[in-house]
Ligand binder design. Structure first.
Ligand code: UDP
Ligand code: MG
Length: 319
């Protein structure tokens, strides 16, 4: 196949204890991208095995190694690779051959068309255990329900990005699982393409069941970010005011009971609720104000704008 672009591609792969996979992976990438201009960026996430050495021995013009100083986890390893990547298009994939590099050319076509900023895989006949598949199905379902993004498969690591979007992902914690959603929230056009999926070639998965809890927490954070990142006071302020009002009403009622009816109110649970609502409401409200200040600092300290422009035209022509 003749390549359809001269643009440089960066393939970013995070590696943690993948010594038995990385040579074969490299061979597969070379095979699949014959004729393309590309660099493979292996990010060694402080592997305990020989991964670093295996990559070092393969290094040439095309194979680059970014070796991290400690084990930061998949998201930050990816972030390091994305920061380093020089290509116009950036491709991410796992280092255990679960993704198939032969899918890259067809995915790239969509990115090259200029219509899409992110092309992400939908793993066909996913070769993972049910323990992995079921939580991931639930997460996909929830994301589909609460966002307008009709995403079939959040967890597929094989993705093609335009440079701009890849460089602006801001991956923290374990957000690698929600990259497509993150990009979508930044205004990226997303294309989903069916891709092959294999069982891990060698070695063991780095994640266990505890990932379910992390996914839930991360998802809640993302949903908050999606809706309220730029206007936290609308969430915390409104909730806070409602709670304060509720507390005042309760206490006012108790005041009437005390003064009007002359009953004792010191032993009534309602009194505690009334006080708690008022205090909790004040707290929520002030959290909202603090977050508003934080978000201003976030944008202004980096001279970022809270909006993104697709392009500007003057008299029908690009400016
Ligand atoms: N990985 C990493 N740092 C870590 C854990 C994982 O760089 O702390 C890499 C790992 O080497 C692999 C990818 O992230 O290339 C996905 O990991 P894994 O295959 O274990 O995840 P799973 O496919 O089981 O979800
Ligand atoms: Mg894997």
């Amino acid at each position: 196949m003749t390549p359809s672009t001269n643009a440089l591609l960066s393939i970013v792969v995070p590696l943690y204890n993948e010594e038995e996979n990385v040579e074969l992976l490299t061979a597969r990438i070379h095979e699949s991208l014959e004729g393309y201009q590309y660099q493979i960026i292996y990010v060694d996430d402080f592997s305990k095995d020989n991964t670093r050495k295996v990559v070092k021995d393969m290094q040439d013009q095309k194979v680059h190694l970014v070796a991290l100083k400690k084990n930061y986890g998949q998201s930050l390893a990816l972030a390091a690779g994305l920061d380093y990547a020089e290509g116009e298009y950036i491709i991410t994939m796992d280092g255990d051959l679960q993704n198939d590099p032969s899918d890259i050319p067809q995915m790239l076509e969509f990115a090259l068309s200029g219509e899409f900023d992110v092309v992400t895989g939908i793993r066909q006949k996913r070769k993972d255990s049910l323990v992995k598949k079921i939580p991931s199905k639930i997460a996909n379902f929830l994301v589909r329900r609460v966002t307008k993004l009709d995403i079939k498969d959040n967890g597929c690591a094989l993705k093609v990005f335009t440079r701009d979007i890849a460089k602006d992902l801001n991956l923290y914690g374990e957000m690698h699982r929600f990259i497509t959603l993150l990009a979508f929230l930044e205004g990226a056009q997303i294309k989903q393409v069916p891709v092959k999926h294999h069982a891990r070639h060698a070695g063991v998965s780095k994640y266990g069941l505890e990932r379910v809890f992390k996914v839930v927490a991360d998802m809640m954070l993302l949903l908050f970010i999606r809706k309220y990142f730029q206007r936290p006071i609308h969430l915390f302020g409104i909730l806070g005011v409602l709670l304060i009002l509720l507390g005042i009403m309760i206490n006012f009622y108790l005041l009437i009971v005390k003064l009007g009816l002359g009953e004792d109110i010191g032993n009534r649970p309602l009194l505690i609720f009334g006080m708690m609502f008022i205090l909790g409401g004040i707290q929520l409200f002030t959290i909202g104000i603090v977050m508003e200040l934080l978000i201003r600092t976030y944008y202004e300290s980096q001279s970022k704008r809270p909006y993104r422009i697709k392009n500007i035209t003057i008299g029908g022509k690009a400016a």
